[in-house]
Design a protein around this ligand. Structure first.
Ligand SMILES: NC(=O)c1ccc[n+]([C@@H]2O[C@H](COP(=O)([O-])OP(=O)(O)OC[C@H]3O[C@@H](n4cnc5c(N)ncnc54)[C@H](OP(=O)(O)O)[C@@H]3O)[C@@H](O)[C@H]2O)c1
Length: 240
């Protein structure tokens, strides 16, 4: 059995990826989210609020005996408050870093701790963003928190390549493109005074330029199924 832990299976890309993986009867998916609409014999839902450090810290990866492969997909993310620095609430800055950076980092740390001696293929796929690789006005906490995910992934991969274990963890940080999910709905609802480029995102939707969550999930799955084919840690689905 292949085991996939996925954060943020309540909506969007995470939900689409869980449903895609569940099409294969050799896969078992553990969804870590606040909400759940998936019912499947190979799906387990664990309620977890990734903005709450104590919940994330106390989450325990299960002892898996029959694994052929174990993967962690840190998919959950929030855009946070779309406002210029100086107009943001401090709490929203904390929440964006907590959900987008600290939770994936803690889960990555605990995943590597839990499974380093388990001799099977292991993959960590962090869902990053193009916004972590270039500055976007009004998205400061989002850009910075995703940029940190990229760097955390690069360091984790470097360390795994240095480790002497038989099956080091393959680590990726993947930008999924611009995808038609609730995150884009929130971006389009921003006031132009807060985000001068909001019209560009309204146009993406009106011109059908957004990828579907299913398409993004399919690209992420290519990495999960063929980790050895991808040399770079930082990937963009438009190049997969
Ligand atoms: N959509 C895009 O254009 C785009 C572009 C670049 C990167 N991304 C990245 O893609 C990933 C998925 O986003 P999406 O587009 O699918 O957005 P979405 O539809 O808004 O989904 C976000 C997911 O994150 C989960 N989540 C949010 N806050 C959480 C919390 N406190 N605790 C637990 N789970 C939480 C939500 O689950 P619950 O509500 O059930 O908790 C939901 O499943 C994110 O990391 C995002 O940054 C998206």
């Amino acid at each position: 059995m292949n085991y996939y832990y996925i954060t943020g299976t309540g909506n969007g890309i995470g939900k689409a990826l869980a449903l895609l993986l569940l099409e294969n009867e050799n896969n078992y998916v553990i969804g870590l989210s606040r909400n759940n609409a998936i019912k499947h014999v190979h799906f387990e839902f664990i309620r977890l609020d990734l903005s709450d450090f104590s919940q994330v810290e106390s989450f325990q990866f299960i002892d898996i005996k029959d694994a052929d492969k174990i993967a962690l997909i840190n998919n959950a993310g929030i855009i946070g408050e779309v406002k210029h620095i100086g107009n943001m609430s401090n709490k929203s800055i904390y929440q964006a870093f907590m959900v987008n950076t600290i939770s994936p980092a803690v889960l990555t740390n605990n995943f590597i701790k839990a499974y380093s001696s388990v001799a099977v293929e292991k993959v960590i796929l962090n869902v990053s963003s193009g916004a972590g690789r270039h500055a976007v006005e009004a998205w400061s906490a989002y850009c910075a928190s995703k940029s940190a995910v990229d760097m955390f992934s690069l360091v984790a991969d470097t360390e795994q390549n240095l480790s002497k274990v038989k099956y080091p963890v393959k680590v990726f940080s993947v930008a999924p493109g611009v995808v038609d999910t609730q995150m884009q709905t929130q971006i389009r609802a921003t006031d132009k005074d807060d985000f001068s480029a909001v019209g560009k995102f309204v146009d993406y939707k009106n011109n059908n330029e957004l990828a579907t969550p299913e398409k993004a999930a399919g690209s992420l799955n290519k990495v999960l199924q063929n980790p050895d084919k991808f040399e770079d840690v930082l990937l963009d689905v438009r190049e997969i």
